[in-house]
Structure formats: C-alpha cells, structure tokens
Design a protein around this ligand. Structure first.
Ligand code: NDP
Ligand code: OXD
Length: 314
C-alpha cells in the first residue's frame, strides 16, 4: 500500500524524504500518470492539480498538508474518501508567534520607529498605550484562533473572539454568527482574521466590515491582520480604507492572488506589512510525523482525527 504526494509549489523532495524515512517499508510516490492507481491508499496534498486525483478510487484517506482545505474542497472530482486536515502544535505555535509579533508591532508602533531610525531622529513619544488598553478581536476560534487568544491574553491584550458557534472561554467574550458580528467589530482595535475560506466567508473582509471597526481605540484607528486566506479579503476595499484613514494599518500574510502581483499597491503602502504566506508554514518534519501517526492509528482501527466537514467547507 502506497502513499502518494500531490504537491505543487513546495519542495517535493524534502517531503518525499521525510515520509520515506518515517515509512521505510512503504512506497512514497510522487503524482505521475504512470502510477498504478490501485496501489495508492493515502494521498497527502497541497494545491494538487484539480481533477488529477479522481483516478485514485481506492484511496482511503486524503490528507491536507496544511490546516486549510480550500485547495482540496474546491476540487469536485476527488476520490470518495474522508479529508483530514493538519492540526499540529508546531504549525499552531508558528501562527501564534506571527499574530503576537504583529499585534505587538502595531501596539509599539514598530513601523514609526523603524522609519525614525532610518532618519536618525529621536522622538520620545510618551503616549504609548499598554496592551491591556487595546482590544483585539479574533475572527475564527478554531485550533489557531484559540491558541492566539491564549498567547495574546498572556501579553495582557483585551481579547474577544467571533466564530460560527458560541464558545465559552474564561475571561474572553465570545461572539457568534452574523447577528453578533457588528457588536464584535464595534469593540475591536486590532482585527485578527484566522478564518477558513468557505462559501460563507469569501470576501468577508470588505468595506462594509471595515467600516464597523472601533474608531475610539487607543491605537487611534483600527488595524487589520489577515493570516487566514487571501480570498477572505477584498484588497481594493482595504486599500481604500487605508487611504481614507478608516484603517490605521494592515499586516497581511495572504492575498487574493499569490504571489502578490508586482503591481499591487499593497507592496509599497506605508501602512501595510506584508509576509509571503508563511505565517505558519507546514514543516515537513512535524507535518509528516503527524500524518504518519494518524495512518498508524487508522490501521489499528482508531477513528481518524480532524476530519473536515465537507458540507461546511472546513
Ligand atoms: P479551524 O477549522 O480549527 O477553525 C475555524 C474557525 O473559523 C472556527 O472557529 C469556526 O467556527 C470559524 N468559522 C468557520 N466558518 C465561519 C463562519 N461562516 N462564520 C464565523 N466563523 C466561522 O481552523 P484553524 O484554526 O486550524 O485554521 C484556520 C485557517 O487558517 C485555515 O483554514 C487556513 O485557511 C488558515 N491558515 C493559514 C496559514 C498561513 O500560513 N497563512 C497556516 C495555517 C492555516 P466554529 O468554531 O463555530 O466551527
Ligand atoms: C495552511 C497554510 O493552510 O499554510 O496550513 O496556508
């Protein structure tokens, strides 16, 4: 029984080596037309070519090599197998580092001080708000959002969250669903987006939502952080909100089109921080290990963990 790697855009060899080291008695195959499809029992995917997996009809589990599954779920020609996504402390920890880094950078005016240093200017600003005076709102209280809540609470930020279903988190106000979105936004100075891309969430970060963010916060204007997916955001609306001062700044790790097109005004906007979709990269050592332990448990008759709800899209 073989495992097939269907990966685009990442270094295939390091994944193959890692899986092979962990599964020395199995074939670790790379997607190619000459493979005998009946040998493939598991497929591990990242941005595979849509339609290319349909022929693996005996596949028993489709593994996403990332936490997000929009790259898989939008392919309507998949083998009829459960989709399992990555939930792993290495990936989660990396995302929380990015969120904490960006929240602290906006709190402590990192952009302004880097600029002042480049001009060799000493500006002793005595109006620094403390973390506890800044309201962070996390959209998406799943594996990543919950860990970010905890990390930001340790840093003493005033944290709330929004999700599809209500949550009970000590000392953290939880808002849920469409009906509570406006109230959540109205108390948010730093909006952290950790949502999956689904038919319900596509384009959710738009002019209407940005307009509802708090205007009375200690940062003198709301800040947007998106590390969820580029399809969640309407970039033209973000740029307009930055230019009118409706948004004070944005840190974006994901984009409508990736790599971000050279002509995008986001690249050079003074109030935008860009990272290249690597806020929480899937490291082959951690992720291959996580998938291989699931395979071993599955073959011992254990139920699969982190199975995607296909009807919900995440
Ligand atoms: P989870 O599935 O664990 O959590 C998703 C959260 O989003 C849940 O709280 C869910 O609500 C909420 N949600 C989903 N749909 C809606 C909706 N329509 N309205 C309100 N809330 C909604 O995912 P993870 O936390 O593991 O990952 C989140 C996303 O982060 C991934 O899907 C991926 O796109 C992105 N990601 C980005 C990375 C990067 O490097 N930039 C790396 C890893 C992930 P509920 O709890 O009620 O179900
Ligand atoms: C993921 C990602 O979904 O890296 O894990 O984007």
């Amino acid at each position: 029984m073989s495992i097939l790697l269907a990966i685009n855009g990442w270094d295939l060899r390091s994944w193959q080596e890692r899986f092979q080291a962990l599964l020395p008695d199995r074939e670790v195959l790379l997607a190619a037309s000459e493979i005998d499809a009946s040998r493939v029992k598991y497929i591990a995917c990242w941005k595979h070519t849509p339609g290319s997996l349909a022929r693996y009809k005996d596949c028993q589990v489709l593994f996403s090599l990332g936490a997000g599954v929009d790259h898989l779920i939008t392919d309507y020609d998949l083998p009829d197998a459960p989709i399992v996504r990555i939930v792993d402390p290495d990936l989660t920890g990396r995302m929380s580092e990015w969120v904490a880094w960006q929240c602290l950078d906006w709190l402590r005016q990192g952009k302004m001080y880097r600029q002042l240093q480049s001009e060799q200017r000493w500006f002793d600003d005595r109006h620094q708000p403390a973390a506890q005076d800044v309201r962070v709102g996390i959209m998406g209280l799943g594996e990543l959002g919950m860990d970010a809540v905890e990390r930001l609470r340790h840093l003493r930020f005033d944290v709330a969250g929004w999700s599809r279903t209500p949550k009970h988190i000590p000392h953290v106000r939880s808002y849920a669903g469409e009906s509570e979105l406006s109230a959540f936004l109205a108390r948010t100075d730093i909006l952290v987006v950790l949502l999956p891309l689904t038919s319900d969430t596509r384009g959710i970060i738009n002019a209407d939502l940005l307009r509802k963010l708090a205007r009375d916060g200690r940062l003198c204007g709301p800040v947007l952080l998106n590390a969820g997916r580029g399809g969640l955001q309407v970039e033209i609306d973000i740029l307009a909100a930055l230019d009118t001062g409706q948004l004070k700044g944005a840190s974006l790790d994901v984009f409508e089109q990736e790599p971000l097109v050279p002509t995008s005004a986001l690249w050079t906007h003074k109030d935008v921080t860009i990272t290249p979709h690597n806020s929480a990269m899937s490291h082959p050592d951690a992720i291959a290990q996580s998938i291989v332990s699931q395979i071993k448990d599955f073959e011992q008759g254990e139920p699969l963990k982190h199975v995607v709800m296909r009807d919900k899209g995440y």
